[in-house]
Design a protein around this ligand. Sequence first.
Ligand SMILES: [Zn+2]
Ligand SMILES: [Zn+2]
Ligand SMILES: [Zn+2]
Length: 249
Amino acid sequence: MVISGDWASGDVSGIPDPEIPANSASVFGSESGGLLVGCTGHVVYAGDGFELTINFSNPFIGGNHAEMSIVGPKSHHFSTNAIAGNGDQKAHFEYDCKPTAVAEFQDNWRWCERCTSLFHAGDSPTGGRCPAGDEHNRGPSSNYLLRWEPPFTGQDEWRFCVKCNALFHSGGAESAGHCPADGGTHYRGNSSNYFLPMDDPNAPGQKDWRWCVKCACLFHTGESPTGGKCSRGDEHDGTPSSNYTLNFT
Ligand SMILES: [Zn+2]
Ligand SMILES: [Zn+2]
Ligand SMILES: [Zn+2]
C-alpha cells in the first residue's frame, strides 16, 4: 500500500500502483516534460512489519540514481536491489524486493571483553559505544545466537540499542535502562524482538548471562552476579536477575 510519495518534478506519465501483491511487479513512469527539468521523487510502501522506500532521480544533466531501503521489525525478511538505467530521458529504473530465507537465529552477537555486555556489530570485531569508553570489543568472544523467528520460547522484548549496539531488556517500551552513548536511555529504533531462554536448565548453550538492574543490558561475568563495567558507573549488578542461557556456534 502506498502511504506517501512525491514524483511530481516532471510530467507524470503513470502513477504507482496503490498496492503491489506479493510475488508480482509494478511499473510506473515519471517523465520529464520541459527542458532542463529532469525527474526526481520517491514512493513509500507499507507492508506487514516493514516499510519500503523507493527513491529515483533522473536529472537532465548527470547520472541517474536509484535507491531502495527497507526498515521495520520484519525488514530482515527481504533482500532489495535497485538499478538505475542510463539516459537523460525515458530512463528505466528497476527495483527488486524479494523475500529471503530467514534463519531462526541471528548470529554475530558478541561478548564485550571490556564491559562484559552482549553487543552486535555485524562482522566487525568492534562497534557501538562501550561504557568503558570508545567501542565495544569482542576480543576472543564466541559467536552467540539470538532467537528472532518462531517457534518463540523464553522471554521476549530483548532489543538491540541503535545508539550503543548493546542488547537490553525494554519491558515493552521503546526505550529503557541507561545508555553509554549519550547518558540517556537505550533506544530500540527498528530493532527486532529477541527471545532469550530464562531459568531453563535444559536450554542448550552458555548459562549465567544476567540482566543488569542498573543499565538493563545483558552481561556475563562467569558465575558472579556482578562485574564488568556499567554505564551507570562501577560494575553491572545482576543480583535480582534470572539466569539466561545463550546458544553459540
Ligand atoms: Zn563494551
Ligand atoms: Zn544503548
Ligand atoms: Zn549495567
